[in-house]
Design a binder for this molecule. Structure first.
Ligand code: MV4
Length: 454
């Protein structure tokens, strides 16, 4: 095992990684920006190193500064967390070239799965279901138009380098497709420096289903079942749960096993999430693979008993996965809500500033992953998420009630948060029925805004 790990991240995920290090007997070195000076999670690190000013580009995204911090602290490995440099294959390469273990996949596996055209090709070869569409990036627009006519409209144009909803265009006829390809190409070139786009069948009213997988450096890979993340607004997830409600066990096993096969074939080490859309008949179509530990990993930890962050560090150190597929079982139900410092009544405007009151919830099955507390001043520079409330219970109905109780106990002020919004969403009839799709939050927000004006 490593003697010392450098954490190239901040906030709740830095704290989560520190906790994992502590249990493994590993020292944790935390880098921070001057905007994060005095951040509560830094008190828990064995050593902290300031790497620059507030803007991420000058600190958490600055590769040379992070490598320099790893050198001066004699760390053996670097944990990127999520966001920032976590899916940057160049960073993973620089870590390797500088003699540090990157806690995550090899740059080769990251590149193979991070490029969506490549990832879909590998998925087709290994039997992971994908949407029909162009097999390569579009060279010739007429060829793409032919494919679209075969698979039938509506179709969607996507950037091969994209993710999280950027560089996408829906097309409902040939004219829209021709315009959409041009627009998506330009957007992708500007955003990712890669104008490659592809076309696939567009699915309306889908559910978002994602499979947690883990691999090691010895050719093993398992899945840890799935999460439903359909509760989202503008591609930002609000609520995540495991297992996905109402899914047929045989279909679940089949799609989860296909995800494990995909990452095994990619020689993937560490935690990966294979994203799918699910239609009303419980057919699955792979969207993309996230090559990092995700925000919502705790719901999977709660239902499987696997510590994903600790296991990720172990496999990076060369250990074999400490479990096989037959050791993994679903126990009960878990739901996570993201506590964002945002004002849902004012267009989800981020709320920087001082937290004066902070009363945390507790009780059986209640987990709070947060770096916030009374007296913490939220800096304006970063993501608005200040924590995650995760509840575990024997079944979904009990889990929802337990979570509502915990949300009522949770008092944060004067900073506005998403706590009151979650209490309303958990009572939404579609959510309660487990029949909600990826659009229900935005549909409901629009309806309530109209009702408030009338
Ligand atoms: C789709 C789709 C429908 N059909 N692909 C959005 C983010 C990116 N990961 C992929 N996305 C979508 N791809 C096909 N073929 C609908 C979406 C989509 C979506 C997916 C997951 C969660 C929320 C979403 C919100 C809008 C659109």
């Amino acid at each position: 095992m490593f003697k010392r790990v450098l954490i190239a991240n901040r906030g709740e995920i830095a704290l989560r990684i520190i906790r994992a290090c502590r249990e493994l007997g590993v020292e944790a070195v935390c880098v921070y920006s001057s905007a994060d000076k005095g951040g509560p999670w830094l008190e828990q690190a064995d050593r902290t190193i300031c790497i620059g000013p507030g803007p991420s580009k000058e600190s958490y995204l600055k590769i040379e500064r992070i490598i320099a911090a790893a050198e001066v602290s004699h760390a053996e490995a670097i944990h990127p967390g999520y966001g920032f440099l976590s899916e940057n294959a160049h960073f993973a390469e620089v870590c390797r070239a500088s003699g540090f273990e990157f806690i995550g996949p090899s740059p080769e596996a990251m590149n193979a799965l991070g490029d969506k055209v490549n990832c879909k090709r590998l998925a087709r070869q290994t039997g992971t279901p994908v949407f029909p569409g162009t097999e390569d990036a579009i060279e010739d627009i007429d060829e793409a138009v032919k494919v679209a006519a075969e698979i039938e409209y509506p179709v969607i144009v996507k950037a091969r380098a994209g993710g999280g909803g950027r560089g996408m265009r829906i097309a409902r006829d040939e004219a829209e497709l021709r315009v959409g390809i041009d627009a998506a190409r330009q957007e992708a070139a500007a955003a990712f420096g890669d104008g490659g786009v592809y076309v696939e069948k567009f699915l309306e009213n889908a559910r978002h289903f994602e499979v947690q997988t883990m691999g090691d450096k010895h050719g093993h890979a398992v899945h840890l079942y799935e999460r439903d993340c359909s509760s989202q607004r503008r591609h930002q997830k609000l609520i995540e749960e495991a297992p996905a409600p109402g899914v047929d066990p045989k279909k679940r096993d089949r799609v989860c096993e296909s995800a494990a096969t995909l990452i095994r074939e990619a020689k993937y080490s560490g935690a990966a999430t294979v994203e799918f859309l699910m239609d009303r008949h419980q057919n699955f179509y792979m969207l993309e693979v996230n090559t990092r530990v995700q925000v919502e990993h705790p719901v999977t930890e709660m239902i499987t008993g696997v510590d994903i962050v600790k296991t990720g560090i172990r496999v990076a150190a060369g250990e074999e996965l400490p479990f096989t597929q037959k050791d993994i079982h679903i126990n009960g139900h878990a739901i996570e809500v993201r506590i964002n410092a945002e004002d849902p009544d004012r267009g989800f405007m981020p709320q920087a500033g001082l937290i004066e009151t902070y009363a945390a919830p507790g009780g059986p099955g209640v987990r709070l992953d947060s770096h916030a507390r009374a007296g913490y001043r939220i800096p304006p520079n970063y993501d608005s998420m200040i924590g995650k409330l995760i509840v575990h219970a024997p079944d979904r109905a009990t889990c929802i009630e337990r979570l509502k109780g915990a949300l009522r106990e949770f008092k944060i002020g004067p900073v506005k948060t998403t706590i009151p919004l979650h209490l309303k969403l958990l009572d939404h009839p579609d959510f309660r029925a487990g029949s909600h799709d990826i659009h229900y939050v935005e549909r409901w927000l629009k309806e309530t805004a109209v009702a408030a004006k009338a």
